[in-house]
Design a protein around this ligand. Structure first.
Ligand code: MN3
Length: 202
């Protein structure tokens, strides 16, 4: 089974002006596609692994040969992280429902959550991601390096932000803080709430 690039759940210009069309085109059709292609190449000699879903691969890294483990972490991670990221972006949704209660309970207020999330994004040195995760039923904010996935350390992602330079440099250049600020206008809270409810059903 060859992995394919998942279509965006919206148009390339749907997140304007917060994330510009050109950045989205390059990010999805070049960077994300590149991870898909490299994952397929890495799996060519491993038919057993080709049958697994991308999530299964990341959740069971211990079952993967050391020879291709790094390539799986990087490229399969790149595929899954971006699939997840696109889904949690949308304009004009409202933070509501059970996840709002959980955020207020865990971080005291939405503002404090935002502060901690932004702080982690700005404090991350080099390339990586910031995540709101569920860890044993508890909300937490973590960062991962490069394309490392929270799935590989047993955590369930609810929301994430790509803080690789390729995610913002065309529009924001060195102004990473403006990109992080803009992100809060395009969080798909309906999807985040759905992710939260799905995990709690298990
Ligand atoms: Mn990216």
């Amino acid at each position: 089974m060859k992995h394919t690039l998942k279509k965006l759940p919206y148009e390339y210009d749907s997140l304007e002006p917060y994330i510009d069309k050109e950045t989205m085109i390059i990010h999805h059709s070049k960077h994300h596609q590149g991870y898909v292609d490299k994952l397929n190449i890495a799996l060519e000699k491993y038919p057993g692994l080709q049958e697994k879903t991308t999530e299964e691969l990341l959740e069971n890294l211990n079952e993967i040969s050391e020879k291709i483990k790094t390539e799986i972490i990087n490229n399969c991670g790149g595929v899954v992280n971006h699939n997840f990221f696109w889904e949690v972006l949308k304009k004009d949704t409202e933070l509501n429902g059970k996840v709002l209660n959980a955020i207020e309970e865990r971080f005291e207020s939405f503002e404090k959550f935002k502060e901690e999330f932004s702080g982690k994004a700005l404090g991350l040195f080099g390339s990586g991601w910031v995540w709101l995760v569920l860890d044993n039923g508890k909300l937490g904010i973590i960062t991962t390096k490069n394309q490392d996935s929270p799935l590989s350390i047993g955590k369930t992602p609810l929301l994430c932000l790509d803080v690789w330079e390729h995610a913002y440099y065309l529009k924001y250049q060195n102004k990473k803080s403006e990109y992080v600020k803009a992100f809060f206008n395009i969080i798909n809270w309906d999807k985040v709430n759905e992710n939260f409810l799905n995990e709690n059903k298990k």
